[in-house]
Design a binder for this molecule. Structure first.
Ligand SMILES: [Zn+2]
Ligand SMILES: [Zn+2]
Length: 257
């Protein structure tokens, strides 16, 4: 692993450590690229509602400024990219893009933590056997990929479906085929892997291997030490090799302009 594009900062209220500490940690691991992708701000239209796990819009200028300064300071040693991890909320996405386009953002990764427009209170990580919600997750994320604005699909197996595996398989294959068609890598999430969350889901990754999708490792670092761990990377690579998957080392970034 020589590049990681999934890195957070304390602005999202559940990460720790200065940006510089993440950069130093990446350098210590011999990384050539580090991309920051903190949880994007959003503009919700439900009075009084704001998610606790994302930065406020007014924090974005500071985020960008600090990373631009670090990029200049570390030039020649490591390539720094400024991105965001964003959900695709259809009703709210155009306004978000209008805002984001004011900043020199190198990329977005898709991390679909909520369904619909989030304000309905339905989250991807809540276990459910409701196939209609799985269908919504698939439809919404594939529509997101179709926009061409996302560089990769982070933890595509975030939706916690506890129902019929046959139904699940159909949706997983649909996600894989769309990712293949659009040449969008799927992220094997190292944070979920180390913390033994419900994702990465091995059933999902077996299908990814069968379908032949591009796969990338993402640290999803919420602290500098989580930027990399040699044991974790080799464990992930061994597991993926068993499914015939060899992760790509670099992503082709889609800048937001
Ligand atoms: Zn997070
Ligand atoms: Zn993340």
């Amino acid at each position: 692993m020589r590049a990681n594009y999934h890195t957070h900062t304390p602005r999202c209220n559940h990460a720790e450590g200065a940006e510089r500490s993440y950069v130093e940690r990446a350098l210590a691991g011999g990384f050539q690229e580090l991309g920051f992708s903190d949880h994007t701000p959003y503009f919700f239209d439900k009075p009084g509602y704001y998610s606790t796990f994302r930065m406020k819009p007014e924090l974005l200028p500071d985020y960008v400024d600090i990373l631009l300064a670090l990029r200049a300071e570390y030039a020649g040693r490591i390539k720094l990219h400024i991105g965001l991890e964003a959900e695709y909320y259809p009703r709210l996405f155009p306004r978000l893009l209008d805002y984001l386009r004011q900043f020199p953002l190198d990329y977005l990764i898709l991390g679909q933590h909520g369904l619909f427009n989030e304000t309905e209170g339905l989250f991807s990580t809540r276990p459910t056997d409701d196939a209609k919600l799985l269908d919504q997750y698939r439809g919404q994320t594939l529509e997101a990929l179709e926009t061409g604005l996302f560089t990769y699909f982070a933890h595509p197996d975030l939706f916690f479906f506890t129902g019929d595996r046959k139904v699940y398989e159909r949706h997983v294959r649909a996600i894989c085929r769309k990712a293949l068609e659009l040449s969008i890598p799927l992220e094997f999430n190292l944070l979920g892997f180390s913390e033994e969350k419900h994702y990465p889901d091995l059933f999902f990754w077996r299908i990814v291997g069968e379908e032949g999708c591009a796969v990338i490792l993402g640290s999803d670092a919420h602290s500098p030490m989580e930027t990399w761990s040699p044991d974790l990377i080799s464990k992930a690579e061994t597991l993926l090799a068993g499914f015939g998957i060899r992760p790509i080392e670099r992503a082709t970034l889609h800048p937001i302009r």
